[in-house]
Write a protein that binds this ligand. Structure first.
Ligand SMILES: [Zn+2]
Length: 399
């Protein structure tokens, strides 16, 4: 089982990364033996992984990080780096390698302060490994100021530092940064590839795996959640009932409110476990007295934590809404396919009755306009329009 095992349906990307890891290995070996580095190396210091959500951008970056740290015996015999078994591979994959840092934000943006600190650490040599690898899973969330801080590090990287940036598309990254990165594009994995992965890696029953893969249309994490989490299935079922409820205005507003409530509930559930512990830990670190009284001068730090928790909750709500909007788009796409008589496999075969009903009661033009209304809602949310307003306006347009 190599480090590439979790990369689903991305053969081209895998080939490119394996070749770069081989050349990176040759560089390290040449360095250690004092010989000249190989010419025309496929290794470079900055990489950008783009591709649709759920295609496995971060998985690809982490696999590459592991391959760069591989010290397996096969490698010395001329085999591929990335055995998956050696200490370098293993600790990289489980996230404990000292020279692999994964930056994953649960906030809406990554600011200047934290980026500066990261860039400072990136100047250091690897502590134990062969390369110092920094995986930034949400490079699209860098603020413009933070992007400019990062640019300097990407322009003049330390000799053994590698930046692996992930973003949905090229447009999500500053042009100055992306022009200095080698760009790899992941594609949406096929339904069959995702199903196969769920069966192989998670031991999910073939039929359930195929249904989850079909419903989520190549989004690996969502497919896995749908196949394993009862709550996710219930949530999807509720969302897919929405098209039948929006025929009159009262139903629209009620359905909108329910979507918002469900997103808030998701955020509450996610934060309940984390926030309390985080707050306790922070209080203890700041030296809270028995009874919870805080020492002087710690109010600022506590406020900063509370702000951070609030921003995280906003992001969870946003992600939850986004998921609902994806399911809804998938529904109308199926309706459109039925109306046009196209022979594509339906994502939501399990609610075929509802699809048929909506398809019969409307026209392809109507379905297109509904899909556009969902897209408009997404854009409004991106512009920070109040979620309830955005969703209500969408629900009304779905009538
Ligand atoms: Zn290895």
């Amino acid at each position: 089982m190599t480090v590439w095992e979790d990369l689903v349906g991305q053969d081209r990307v895998r080939t490119a990364l394996a070749a770069a890891a081989r050349d990176a290995d040759a560089l390290v070996t040449a360095d250690a033996s004092g010989t000249a580095p190989p010419e025309a190396s496929k290794m470079t210091h900055a990489w950008l992984f783009t591709g649709p959500p759920g295609a496995g951008r971060a998985t690809a970056a982490r696999a590459f990080a592991a391959a760069l740290q591989c010290t397996g015996p096969d490698r010395a015999l001329g085999g591929e780096p990335g055995c998956g078994f050696c200490d370098g591979c293993h600790t990289s994959l489980i996230g404990t390698h000292a020279d692999v840092e994964v930056i994953r934000t649960d906030l809406l943006s990554i600011g200047v302060k934290e980026t500066r600190e990261l860039v400072r650490r990136a100047q250091l040599s690897p502590a134990v490994g062969r390369w110092q690898v920094i995986v930034m899973e949400d490079a699209d969330r860098l603020t413009e100021g933070a992007g400019n801080v990062l640019l300097k590090a990407v322009e003049e990287p330390a000799p053994r530092t590698v930046w692996l940036l992930c973003a949905p598309s090229l447009e999500d990254v500053l042009p100055t940064i992306r022009s200095r990165c080698r760009h790899l594009v992941l594609s949406t994995p096929s339904v069959a590839a995702v199903a196969d992965f769920l069966i192989r890696r998670d031991g999910i029953e073939p039929e359930a795996a195929r249904a989850a893969a079909r419903a989520t249309q190549g989004h690996i994490d969502r497919a896995r959640r749908l196949a394993t989490d009862e709550r996710a299935r219930a949530r999807r079922a509720t969302v897919l009932k929405m098209p039948l409820r929006v025929e009159e205005i009262g139903g629209c507003l009620k359905a909108a409110q329910e979507l918002i409530d469900a997103a808030a509930e998701d955020a509450k559930q996610a934060s309940e476990t984390v926030d309390a512990k985080e707050t306790e830990d922070m209080k203890a670190a700041l030296g809270a007295a028995a009874g919870g009284r805080m020492p002087r001068g710690t109010a600022g730090a506590m406020k900063e934590l509370a702000d951070r928790q609030k921003r995280r909750s906003t992001r969870t709500q946003r992600d939850s809404l986004d998921l609902a909007l994806s399911d809804l788009t998938g529904f109308y796409r199926d309706v459109l396919a039925l109306q046009l008589g196209s022979r594509v496999a339906l994502a939501n075969e399990d609610v075929r009755d509802a699809l048929d009903r909506v398809a019969r009661a409307s026209t392809p033009e109507r379905s297109l306009r509904r899909i556009e209304a969902i897209g408009a809602c997404r854009q409004a949310l991106d512009r920070n329009v109040a979620p309830l307003l955005a969703v209500e306006s969408m629900a009304v347009s779905l009538r």
